[in-house]
Design a protein around this ligand. Structure first.
Ligand code: 26Q
Length: 804
């Protein structure tokens, strides 16, 4: 696989001549990027075909990961790294007077996801290939990814993300693999000559689903799996039905945009059609492949295929598989149901009630009539079976169709053999609270799979200075096996190593400081603590608690101008769903507080607020290596796992956290002395829910510091937020502070004070940082997908490889 630097240069020049009829000297960055992309793609195309052929020839069981979101970000450097070409490419380009990093910036972020769930799917794609596991992704090729965020007068403004404008080098359109998807119309059952009931469709619309495949390149193992994303088109046979421009538009809109809401379901018709579209296309193409290539009886399907439902958005996998097995493959209902349950597995990513998907019967029946009939049958049989085994009310609470709605989580659990949460605490809460009823019925189906991250991307690719220090200190094996980061524990008292790590961090902070200056015109010092909160904006994640503390610091300094404290830069990155009013109010308030504080000469640069616009994967890659403090401050029990917490610790940031999601496991990994924990525990939160004795108003009345901070929102201290400040104030006082910010405030402030003190002792701080890096390896998504493979999917890695 190795490629000589000189050969690399020649090939690049050759591609430029062929594709652009150009010499290197005359080519733009854009053109060089595309030539390089083509070169990289050519390097893995043989392995891609061979991998596919290997799975077919060896009758390998494969998993298909169905997800309505994938968030890979940029792929150039990751592909180069995995092909073992990163150093060669960098050196070759340097010889040609080109900087790889600036070339890589040409690539548009592939942002076909909102946040955690979509990014997790992409980390899994990397790890599945890197572990040599037979697995593929199935999703939607949105023409527009998640909106681009700008700030105008401190308000969020959304702009379209035109990521496909100059083409996408990584994808291959596979017209020959297109399938038809039927929606709308009416379906009734008619008797065939053999006396069977078969569905007859009337007035339905036919959508053509065209797949675009992208190679998922494994790390130095010659494995290339497939991410298949579907795009809608109008089939030739339907051309005459779409005479009007408007009719065409409506259809073509189906895969035009990603829904930008990661926490609220809106029950929109297009969304439901999107869900069915990629589910039906995906399952049809799996079955077609099975019949054509695997060539085993359909009754053996579960021995060769496993389908994963990533949150409930692809829950229609269950009835769609039933439809194909019963309507098209002529299996009995019982046999089809048995197969479907064995094939399907489901991950839950949230316990927030408002994010649980439900569709009205009416909408479901109108949009997907055959799906609705099948769901009704599943529901009726579920009730019939369970009635004999469980109390009436338990069966009623857990059935799929209830109160005029179809419950997608119920469908996913009932129609699969495995339901998992994404961190220990989250999985326990599913069993004890959120899905407790189902746990009584199906105790064996519940399990935990703690999330993980693509370690190579989130260390080697994004943080070269740190990676070099690691190489010098513990050798290079950690690059392949992140468990070897543990070796770093032997150096926790080695002054020289601590200093080198600190220097690496300083370099990263200076790079970020330069970026901050360039994009926001705010000057920050790389000597300050870089305190980072990066995630979607949501009330439960409590960015507002962070802001309350900053306001307190501001007021402290105003009162005592000589206050002794470490310099701190508070860095935010967060998009709000366009329809999420309260989240947008918080953005405005952070931006106005930033204006106030950054320009107040009394503050003398001791605190700065930087809200970087358009947080996405690429921006995360800039921020994470430069972070000193990782803010993971959600109300305990609300964040299912979190994954930026893992990325930040791996890069040596110290976690400041509630005992929520995977923070609990991070604490277990680094020990109490190397993390700052504060706030209510999940148990205490639930106790408050039971006793209903929380009074935010009382805290406001009794605590002068809280009072002064909150008053800053309504007394003009923070300018330009007359309405927004009032809304914040009311949400906390009038509406009793749903997420217990004021209850956790004191303990948060205390933890922040400890951090301030700790940073003053650099050796102490650097040691904590080292311990965090050393223990980051346990959160590798390689490990996570191996557990899915063994416990749930029952798939095996490709046996040992011979590298050329
Ligand atoms: C549902 C219905 C209608 C429209 C949109 C949605 C929708 C879309 C996206 C609901 C939820 C999401 C995304 C959820 C998500 O990202 N959850 C996060 O998943 C991460 C990976 O497991 C966890 O680490 C985070 O804790 C969790 O919040």
């Amino acid at each position: 696989m190795a490629l000589d630097k000189e050969v690399f240069k020649e090939e690049l020049k050759q591609r430029l001549r062929e594709n652009y009829a150009m010499e290197l000297e005359d080519a733009s960055k854009q053109e060089i990027f595309y030539a390089l992309g083509a070169l990289v793609k050519a390097r893995y195309s043989d392995a891609w075909r061979d991998t596919w052929k290997y799975y077919v020839d060896k009758h390998k069981k494969q998993v298909y990961y169905f997800s309505i979101e994938f968030l890979p970000g940029r792929m150039l450097k990751s592909n180069l790294l995995n092909l073992g070409l990163l150093d060669t490419a960098r050196e070759a380009l340097t010889d040609l007077g080109i900087e790889l990093d600036s070339l890589a910036e040409v690539e548009k972020d592939m942002a076909l996801g909102n946040g955690g769930l979509g990014r997790l799917a992409s980390c899994f794609m990397d790890s599945i290939a890197s572990c040599g596991l037979p697995g593929n992704g199935n999703g939607i090729r949105y023409d527009y990814g998640l909106f681009k965020q700008r700030f105008v007068d401190g308000y969020q403004v959304e702009l379209p993300d035109e990521w496909l404008q100059s083409g996408n080098i990584w994808e291959i359109r596979r017209e020959s693999k297109a399938v038809d998807v039927r929606v709308g119309g009416r379906v009734y059952l008619a008797e065939t000559i053999e006396g069977k009931l078969k569905p007859v469709y009337e007035n339905e619309r036919i959508l053509r689903a065209v797949p675009y495949d992208t190679g998922m390149v494994g790390y130095e193992n010659n494995v290339v799996n497939t991410l298949r994303l579907w795009s809608v088109e109008i089939p030739d046979s339907e051309e005459d039905k779409y005479q009007s421009i408007q009719g065409r538009r409506e259809l073509e809109d189906l895969t035009a945009v990603l829904y930008p809401d990661d926490s609220n379901e809106h029950g929109r018709l297009i969304r439901l059609t999107q869900e069915y579209f990629f589910v039906s296309a995906g399952i049809q193409s799996i079955i077609r492949h099975y019949k054509k290539r695997v060539q085993k009886p359909i009754s053996n399907l579960s021995e060769y295929i496993s389908i994963h439902i990533n949150d409930t958005h692809p829950a229609l996998c269950v009835p769609e598989m039933m439809r194909i097995l019963v309507d098209e493959e002529d299996l009995s209902w019982e046999q089809a149901w048995d197969i479907t349950g064995k094939v399907m597995s489901y991950t839950n990513h949230t316990i927030m009630a408002e994010a649980l998907e439900k569709w009205s019967i009416d909408l479901m029946r109108r949009t997907l009539p055959r799906m609705y009939q099948i769901i009704e049958e599943i529901d009726a049989r579920y009730v019939q079976t369970m009635r004999e085994l469980h109390p009436h009310d338990l069966v009623e609470r857990t059935r799929i169709i209830r109160n005029g709605q179809v419950h997608m989580a119920h469908l996913s659990i009932i129609g699969s053999h495995s339901t998992n949460g994404v961190a220990k605490l989250h999985s326990d809460l599913l069993k004890s609270v959120v899905l407790h009823d189902f746990y009584i019925i199906y105790p064996d189906r519940f399990n935990n799979k703690t999330n993980g991250i693509a370690q190579r991307r989130w260390s080697q690719i994004v943080n070269e200075p740190m990676s070099n220090v690691l190489d010098e200190t513990i050798g290079k094996t950690w690059r392949k096996d992140s468990g070897d980061l543990k070796l770093l524990m032997n150096y926790q008292s080695d002054q020289a190593v601590l200093e080198k790590l600190a220097e690496a961090k300083k370099i990263n902070k200076q790079v970020l400081a330069d970026y901050i200056l360039e994009t926001t015109e705010i000057e920050v010092s790389a000597d300050a603590i870089f305190d980072v909160q990066i995630k979607r904006l949501h009330a439960y994640k409590r960015q507002l608690l962070n802001l309350l503390h900053i306001i307190k610091l501001y007021q402290d300094i105003k009162e005592n101008p000589d206050l002794d404290m470490q310099k701190r830069v508070f860095i935010f990155g967060a998009k709000a769903a366009p329809s999420y009013h309260y989240a947008k109010v918080i953005i405005k308030c952070i931006n106005e507080a930033a204006n106030l504080i950054n320009n107040d000469s009394d503050i003398k640069d001791r605190i700065k607020i930087v809200f970087l616009p358009n947080y996405n994967v690429s921006l995360a890659e800039k921020i994470i290596p430069a972070a000193d403090v990782s803010e993971q401050i959600s109300l305990a029990s609300k964040e299912a796992s979190g994954t930026s917490n893992m990325k930040l610790m791996l890069n040596g940031a110290i976690t400041l956290a509630t005992l929520d999601g995977a923070n609990v496991e991070i604490r277990d990994a680094v020990g109490d002395d190397n993390i700052y924990i504060f706030g209510l525990t999940e148990k205490e939160v639930y106790e408050y829910y039971e006793n209903q004795e929380y009074s935010a108003h009382q805290l406001y009345d009794e605590n002068p510091i809280i009072r002064r901070v909150l008053n800053a929102f309504i007394d003009g201290t923070i300018p330009n937020i007359v309405y927004e400040g009032r809304e914040i104030f009311d949400s906390l006082i009038k509406y009793n502070d749903e997420y217990f910010l004021l209850r956790d405030f004191d303990s948060y402030v205390k933890a922040q004070e400890e951090i301030d003190k700790a940073y003053g002792d650099q050796i102490f701080w650097q040691k904590m940082s080292l311990i965090n890096i050393a223990n980051g390896g346990r959160f590798s998504s390689d490990e996570t997908v191996r557990r899915y493979a063994e416990d749930i999917w029952k798939i095996e890695p490709k046996d040992s490889f011979v590298t050329e």
